[in-house]
Design a protein around this ligand. Structure first.
Ligand SMILES: C[S@@+](CC[C@H](N)C(=O)[O-])C[C@H]1O[C@@H](n2cnc3c(N)ncnc32)[C@H](O)[C@@H]1O
Length: 247
């Protein structure tokens, strides 16, 4: 905490800011933070799963909780396998890039509706020197099925349009956060498409803390032979789902 400036800013972030901004510019940056502007956008990058990930206002700031999703995938699948993995709503590319480094024999595709996000993801691909990942500017809702993929991963927008999320997310892209149908439209669309995608064996989702039952219900509606497991975050909330399709 930097008491001098009366703002909630960790020492490490403050030092990073001081490297990038001096004098009057540092004051301007600190004032922005006071108003709730994310320090990560001012610094320009975050550490995600040990990787440096560039961020701008075009992408959601990767969250610490999402590292658990990467870890869950790492623990659930043999990393020698050669798989085709699809990351839906890739944003900065943080999940795809982390997976590309773990699953070195696999090919990862990250898609996003935002072309600005895809250009940040491509910069992150270069920065992290990973070759087994590609980023494609694509709208999930224009895809019929996941023809070539073995694994589907997604941390989609999942906050209901009527939910009040406070100031923290005000400066982030709103289409990265809010979703129709009580925040469930992405999960339903993905599960429905998996039901007609013969190769898909695993689905991994990050979910909102009250969505577990509704997503399990969607599995029940659309899928035939499957197992679903849920996992809690450090606060004890159900935040992750792993569906295995038995084929
Ligand atoms: C919650 S953010 C996740 C970003 C990143 N995967 C992460 O975990 O930090 C959701 C992402 O979904 C993208 N998105 C929103 N609507 C989409 C759509 N119809 N098709 C594909 N991506 C979409 C947003 O642009 C945003 O980057």
């Amino acid at each position: 905490m930097n008491h001098l400036n009366n703002i909630n800013l960790g020492e490490a972030d403050y030092n990073e800011l001081k490297k990038k901004y001096q004098g009057e510019n540092l004051d301007i940056a600190l004032n922005k933070i006071k108003e709730g502007y994310p320090v990560q956008y001012l610094i320009g990058n975050v550490n995600f799963y040990g990787n440096i990930i560039k961020v701008s206002e075009s992408v959601l700031i990767p969250r610490y909780e999402t590292e658990f999703l990467v870890d869950l995938i790492k623990k659930s699948i043999n990393n020698n396998e050669s798989l085709k993995i699809l990351d839906i709503g890739t944003g900065s590319g943080c999940i795809s890039i982390s997976l590309a480094k773990i699953f070195i024999n696999s090919q990862i595709t990250g898609i996003d509706i935002s072309s600005d996000a895809i250009s940040i993801a491509n910069k992150n691909k270069e920065l992290n020197k990973v070759l087994n990942v590609e980023f494609v500017n694509k709208d999930l809702f224009t895809i019929d099925k996941f023809e070539d993929f073995d694994v589907i991963v997604s941390n989609p927008p999942y906050v209901s349009l009527t939910e009040d999320v406070g100031i923290e997310t005000k400066y982030e892209p709103q289409n990265a956060i809010f979703a129709d149908n009580n925040g469930l439209i992405f999960y339903e669309d993905i599960i429905k498409k998996v039901s007609v995608s013969p190769r898909v064996k695993h689905i991994f989702f990050e979910i909102g803390m009250n969505q577990k039952e509704e997503i399990e219900n969607l599995c029940n509606i659309y899928l035939k032979d499957y197992n679903v497991s849920s996992y809690k975050d450090l606060a004890g909330k159900n935040r992750y789902i792993h569906i295995i399709l038995n084929k």
